[in-house]
Design a protein around this ligand. Sequence first.
Ligand code: ZN
Length: 204
Amino acid sequence: MMETSRGKPILEHQGYIYIINKKSNNNKIIWCCRNYRHNQCRGRLHTIDDQVVLTVGEHNHEPSHLPGEVIASRTKMNDAAKQTGQSTHDIVADCVSRLSDHAISTLPNLQHVKRTVQRIRRRHQNPLSLPVNRDSLVIDTQYIKTARGRTFLQFDSGPIDQRILIFSTKKQLKMLKNANYIYLDGTLSSIKSLFCYCCIQVLT
Ligand SMILES: [Zn+2]
């Protein structure tokens, strides 16, 4: 059995990918096509003890040509992200190096694969709890520097109630300094009420 990047079981059968629709007590599972929700595909199948016993309905689309080895390697990357301390780069490089050329040609670009691995790791570790007030907020070191080790937290007014934090790289500040126009945006309604967030974008 394989897993989606969100850790849900998936089943590949004759080029179609299925997700669990219903489970019953006697190890029987009813699977529906992964396209069920978005494209109303009616393709289904039943398994008992992981063996396909019945296929029902017809798919309204062609089978996916995503090779099973790609799905299996995703599962492997997910597991490595959750269970090992390997770097994202090593996890992806290790899995991709074992794939056939055909399988590699079906992958999204590697940056995308790496971001997925990072997201899974973050979700799994969930190391930080949400702050309850501004003055006791401790900023984890992983947010103070960029992935390349450069300063990202440029300004911190310190643990006071009217706290101001400025996140930027030096390069971005330079661009800001030289910009002719500066646009501001804030996502005030969608973030936690503890902070207001302002994004500065520079168009030169
Ligand atoms: Zn289908």
